[in-house]
Design a protein around this ligand. Structure first.
Ligand code: A2P
Length: 283
């Protein structure tokens, strides 16, 4: 596994395994263990995925030393605000039960972001969180909040793939040395992307599948990716990216595929309310 250096001196495995929508209990436990056995060393969960406890148990049971596994979680909107964020952080620490969390993110950019961030800075100083960052901060949210933070976030986790390359946002983030983490790095299985002729041509040239070409492009762009797969072969293949390299001309060909449009708009009216109403942590 290759690593990417963060602006706080820590390093993050370049590819991670995301557990969004995998049910708490046996399913998340087994999926996490399968990923760890396949060679993943980076698991991405969230309080709002409702499966932190099973991720923590799988990591503890894996037999792999704790310090070799990078675990990300995220605070949910209902825990925003300085005092409440302390409650949210404590809950994630308790459920994961791994001593510390490698990376903790503000999952959604709504409510009292500044108070939430202060609580996270304090938990980082106390060693409970090793790195801290944000998620779903579009250029508008990024410009609103990041200049007011005392500590720059280590990452911003966003939707990103060759059809949605976040060019404006990445310029802002590069100025602060904030790394991009990609959710939907394969366009959520978009057949147009996975069968795009240039990508198919490169897959044939390098003897890889098209998903691996996309993930390699993203890695060479300095992006941490969280590809999703339920297929064992593809789960393994999606971290087998480090024995070939795309040329600069090929990178430019893929850079030109950007449409500037994605599947999810954090600024869309009603999104905050929909998330607050539909995803509520009760324990
Ligand atoms: P599958 O589970 O059958 O592998 P994203 O990570 O952007 O959300 O995309 C996930 C989708 O991409 C899933 O439908 C998954 O299907 C598919 N997928 C995952 N890895 C690959 C790959 N290497 N090549 C092609 N499709 C892939």
């Amino acid at each position: 596994m290759n690593y990417i250096k963060l602006n706080d001196g820590n390093r993050i495995p370049a590819v991670g395994f995301g557990v969004l929508f995998i049910p708490e209990g046996k399913e998340t436990y087994e999926a996490t263990l399968t990923a760890l056995r396949a060679g993943y060393r980076h698991i991405d969960t969230a309080a709002g995925y409702f499966n932190e406890a099973s991720v923590g148990k799988a990591v503890r049971d894996s037999g792999i030393p704790r310090e070799e596994i990078f675990v990300t979680s995220k605070i949910w909107i209902q825990d925003h605000g300085y005092e409440q964020a302390k409650v949210g952080i404590a809950r994630s620490l308790r459920k994961l039960d791994l001593g510390y969390i490698d990376l903790y993110l503000i999952h959604q950019p709504y409510g009292d972001i500044l108070g939430t961030w202060r609580a996270m800075e304090e938990a980082k100083a106390a060693g409970q969180l090793r790195s801290i960052g944000v998620s779903n901060m579009t250029p508008k949210f990024y410009r609103e909040f990041i200049p007011q933070f005392k500590t720059k976030p280590a990452v911003n986790q966003m939707e990103f793939n060759p059809f949605f390359q976040q060019k404006e946002l990445r310029k802002l983030m590069e100025a602060d040395d904030v790394k991009l983490e990609a959710w939907y790095p394969l366009g959520h299985g978009d057949a147009k992307l996975l069968q795009q002729p240039e990508i198919v041509r490169l897959a044939e040239k390098y003897g890889k599948n098209t998903g691996q070409i996309i993930l390699r492009f993203e890695y060479q762009e300095g992006v941490v990716t969280l590809p999703k797969s339920t297929n064992e072969g593809r789960i393994k293949g999606n971290i087998d990216l480090f024995n070939f390299a795309l040329t600069e001309a090929e990178m430019n060909t893929l850079r030109a595929l950007d449409t500037g449009k994605g599947a999810f708009d954090p600024e869309a009216p009603g999104i905050e309310q929909m998330l607050r109403e539909n995803y509520v942590i009760t324990d």
